[in-house]
Design a protein. Structure first.
Length: 218
């Protein structure tokens, strides 16, 4: 029996190496992201599932807008009723915790809100929230979240994000943590583990270095 897409088995099925809808969307992300193709495929797959969950899509940690462009293009085409909320300083890493983080203030400063907005496009569905977390969550207390991508790298920003966002996640919603499994971001894992130690949901660590949490009924 012939296996379809045999060339994508390297050695196991690796659909992010193919084209199709993901390939088209990843082409928008690739020039402006440090997120690898396999991690982008995880985001794409879970975003498709979250399209049917009540609430909007949030990204905390936007950098140059690569994954945001992928999210925006998908939502504009498939779920234009959802808004994409984008949280970042848009000027680099804020103050970090030297006891928990390896990144320092000013890392990833080669970006700007104007450059990100030009790259992402889809202005009708995007809501940019420049500034520091958690202050930039002000006014969103009544919102529901279907999908949250956390790519903040550092302990305090991730912990503050979870404290605000987790109670507002819809049932069936999900959070993807980009930096959970990377040695360069020890504060990311520390924040996630600390927060969910007091919750019934357990983060699922992926071989990509990401972690995922699903909001269930427990």
């Amino acid at each position: 029996m012939a296996i379809p897409d045999q060339h994508l088995y390297q050695p196991v099925f690796s659909p992010w190496l193919g084209g199709g809808e993901f390939g088209r969307l990843y082409a928008l992300a690739a020039p402006k992201t440090l997120v690898s193709p396999d991690r982008c495929y995880v985001l794409y797959t879970l975003l498709r599932q979250a399209a049917h969950v009540a609430g909007d899509v949030w990204e905390c940690g936007v950098y140059k807008g690569g994954t945001a462009a992928m999210f925006a293009a998908y939502l504009q085409e498939k779920q234009p009723v959802k808004k994409l909320y984008l949280f970042d300083t848009f000027s680099g890493m804020p103050e970090t915790d030297p006891e928990r983080d390896l990144h320092v203030q000013g890392d990833f400063s080669d970006t700007s809100l104007e450059a990100v907005a030009r790259h992402v496009g889809c202005d009708a569905i995007c809501d940019y929230r420049p500034g520091l977390i958690p202050q930039t969550f002000a006014g969103l207390e009544a919102h529901r979240i279907a999908f949250l991508h956390v790519d903040l790298d550092i302990y305090r920003a991730i912990l503050d994000t979870l404290k605000f966002a987790w109670p507002r996640m819809s049932l069936g919603g999900m959070i993807v943590f980009d930096d959970y499994g990377f040695a360069s971001c020890p504060g990311a894992r520390a924040a996630v583990d600390e927060f969910f130690a007091n919750e019934l949901c357990v983060p699922l660590c992926l071989p990509t270095g990401q972690a995922v949490v699903f909001k269930g009924v427990v």
